[in-house]
Design a protein around this ligand. Structure first.
Ligand code: DAH
Length: 336
């Protein structure tokens, strides 16, 4: 009998180790360890053996049972851990694994959206340096050294008259200097101010400038193009308000508001209970600006506008703190 047990053991070890699927393993288990297995029958028949054989046979049966149980467990683990899970066959009902793909920054996506809208309105993209000089950032825009408007534009000064641009308006000057009308451009980009950061101010942010110069451009065209732009951005039902304003480089000037989209004009925290949210500054290019770039103000007229890109991004996705955009925290950036 011990001889037979040894043979059985060899067969069973081979079957457990060779099993290549859960069903094969189960078959082997039933065959070698099941209730009707030879091993079990041997174990039950032990009592019939003569006294002197019984002890040795009993020990052999127990040892083999223990060894085979351990092997069975190991084989089950091996199959469960293998590629595709338990059955050794892929589980086709599991959701697939998505490759991790990067995405554009929300400010970039907003910027591209604005560029697309203005492209359909006939505007091309112009750029200018971030390190500007006093003339392009201030003087030519009719902001002389002692003008109070400079208080709002404190910045980081480099050497001599070099400074980090405080707005995208200097691109107006550079474009007019290097081209002849008609000019129809937008100039998006980063701007800098010496600000103490808070929820709505940062020392770096993004603006988009617009400029259209030709013979006979009128204020009504400015209103029309901005109404059209805001309609494309927020939906045609957007309510736009033009309010008189002041900018040194435009005359007349206007501030452009939209009815608060959160409370529909009722008044809430976002619109500071006014029902309106300010989005743009705009106006007709001041004759002093034309003189600074050598254009004849009796021949040409034009309009300009400027908006904050971060602001638009915040309004579109309900973000209430501008600093979130510049901290590079992926937990935030992946959501907006
Ligand atoms: N440059 C202005 C600022 O940073 C924004 C602005 C207002 C630009 C009116 C314009 C404009 O072109 O017409 O505060």
């Amino acid at each position: 009998m011990i001889e037979r047990l040894k043979e059985l053991r060899v067969e069973a070890v081979a079957a457990f180790e060779g099993a290549s699927s859960a069903s094969e393993l189960e078959e082997a288990r039933v065959r070698y360890l099941g209730r009707k297995s030879e091993l079990n029958q041997a174990s039950r028949g032990l009592g019939k053996l003569p006294e002197d054989e019984r002890r040795a046979a009993g020990r052999a049966v127990n040892e083999i049972k223990q060894e085979l149980s351990a092997l069975l467990e190991a084989a089950a683990e091996r199959l469960a851990g293998g590629a595709g899970g338990g059955a050794g066959e892929p589980d086709l009902t599991l959701p697939g694994r998505l490759p991790w793909v990067g995405r554009k920054h929300p400010i970039t996506r907003t910027l591209e959206r604005l560029e697309t809208i203005f492209a359909t309105l006939g505007f091309e993209v112009a750029t200018g340096p971030h390190i500007e000089d006093d003339f392009h950032n201030f003087e030519a825009l009719n902001i002389p050294a002692d003008h109070p408007a400079r208080d709002m534009h404190d910045t980081f000064y480099i050497e001599g008259d070099k400074l980090l641009r405080t707005h995208t308006s200097p691109v107006q000057i550079r474009t007019m200097q290097s081209r002849k009308p008609p000019i129809r451009i937008i100039a998006p980009g980063r701007v800098y101010r010496n600000e103490t950061p808070d929820a709505s101010h940062g020392s770096e942010f993004y603006q988009l400038e617009g400029l259209y110069i030709d013979k006979g451009v009128r204020f009504g065209e400015l209103m029309g193009v901005l109404q059209k732009f805001l309609g494309e951005l927020y939906g045609q039902e957007v309510v736009v308000r033009f309010r008189p304003g002041f900018f040194p480089f435009t005359e007349p000037s206007t501030e452009v508001d939209i009815e608060c989209r959160i409370c529909r004009g009722e008044g809430c925290g976002v619109c500071k209970n006014t029902g309106w949210v300010e989005l743009l500054g705009a106006g007709m290019v001041d004759p002093r600006v034309f003189e600074a770039v050598g254009y004849d103000p009796d021949v040409y007229t034009g309009y300009a506008f400027g908006l904050g890109i971060d602001r638009i991004a915040m309004m579109m996705s309900g973000v209430s703190d501008i600093r979130l955009y510049h901290e590079n925290d992926l937990r935030f950036l992946r959501q907006v």
